[in-house]
Ligand binder design. Structure first.
Ligand SMILES: O=C(CO)COP(=O)(O)O
Ligand SMILES: O=C[C@H](O)COP(=O)(O)O
Ligand SMILES: [Zn+2]
Ligand SMILES: [Zn+2]
Length: 331
């Protein structure tokens, strides 16, 4: 039997995005695969009074089981009430690649889905996205589409180079598909290695500084679809202090580079109203786990290393909400 997101107490993105575009901030979209990530996201967003998008990739569904994830989202709504602050919560499919997957999520309590047809031809992308929108909207569910390809691994597809979004396509795409938001490619990419050292310059401290995002493309897009909700994927900043902790405790992460926070702040103040962050959370958890295990070699209670990992993740997300996305206080 199908389960509607409304029965779980979740919301779609409609009002959430309208407020974010109007207010010049971005709603955080944090990926989760397990209990500790869920706790960290919810605690951080309640403490900062931020709306939140809980993101589930198809990999997360395989890892954690769709039924368990759905019931965790149901639990999330009750948990935030218990914490004393009712923030709007969206359960979102990240990088859906087929109609069937999107339909399955819609039938299983998701309030928002992404259909990423950007690896297909333009016309195929339009047709696939439109098909998902028709089914989703009949159920009150929001849909995110994508135009342009991000470099890196996406939907198990490896793109060596990004293809920036073509502003001249966005108006036609939005009109013909009926999507509620649009993910664009302006220089971000997935993972902890977003740029090669050759693509970067070095600042006076020897830190790699990547090329700036293509704000000219974003501006051109905004001119063509004024006020339309825009989404940025691949928006981890890859904090060097976390990378250093990982490497100092047996890790081996080389030449990791992310998107500088000032670039994201600037994007959040525009029509960009959803910013996707996953890798930074992975780094924070890994750093805390590596350090705790190294410092306490006799410890074997998972709570003793997952607990600090969760707390570090929570601090990271509070920082993002307060100092980067501007979503704090907007719930
Ligand atoms: O875009 C993302 C999820 O869809 C995550 O991006 P990062 O790898 O930069 O965290
Ligand atoms: O965009 C990808 C997200 O970071 C999710 O990653 P995943 O597919 O490994 O769960
Ligand atoms: Zn894509
Ligand atoms: Zn993504």
């Amino acid at each position: 039997m199908a389960v509607s997101y409304k029965d779980l107490g979740l919301t779609n993105t409609k009002e959430m995005f309208a407020k974010a575009v109007e207010g010049g901030y971005a709603v955080p979209a944090y990926n989760f695969n397990n209990l500790e990530q869920m706790q960290a996201i919810l605690q951080a967003c309640v403490e900062t009074k931020s709306p939140v998008i809980l993101q589930v990739s198809s990999g997360a569904r395989k890892y954690a089981n769709a039924t368990l994830l759905r019931n965790m989202a149901r639990g999330a709504v009750e948990y935030v009430k218990e914490l004393g602050c009712e923030i709007p919560i969206v359960l979102h499919l990240d990088h859906g690649d087929t109609f069937e997957l999107c339909k399955d999520c819609i039938d299983n309590g998701f309030s928002s889905v992404m259909i990423d047809g950007s690896h297909h031809s333009y016309e195929e992308n339009v047709a696939l996205t439109k098909q998902v929108v028709e089914y989703a909207h009949a159920h009150g569910v929001s849909v995110e589409g994508e135009l342009g390809v991000l470099a890196g691994v996406e939907d198990d597809v490896v793109a060596e180079e990004s293809t920036y979004t073509r502003p001249e396509e966005v108006e036609d795409f939005v009109k013909r598909t009926g999507v509620d938001s649009l993910a664009i490619s302006i220089g971000t990419s997935h993972g902890a290695h977003k740029f090669t050292p050759e693509q970067c310059t070095k600042n006076e401290d020897g830190v790699l500084v990547p090329p700036p995002l293509k704000f000219d493309i974003l501006e051109e897009i905004e001119k063509r679809i004024p006020g339309f909700p825009i989404v940025l994927h691949g928006s981890s900043s890859v904090p060097m202090d976390q990378v250093e902790v990982i490497n100092a405790n047996g890790g081996d992460l080389k030449a990791a580079v992310g998107i500088p926070e000032d670039q994201l702040r600037k994007a959040a103040s525009s029509a960009v109203c959803k910013i996707n962050i996953d890798s930074d959370g992975r780094l924070a958890m890994t750093a805390a786990i590596r350090k705790t295990m190294n410092d306490n070699p006799a410890e074997f209670d998972p709570r003793k290393y997952l607990g600090p990992a969760r707390d570090s993740l929570k601090e990271l997300y509070k920082h993002k909400n307060e100092n980067v996305l501007g979503s704090a206080g907007k719930a």
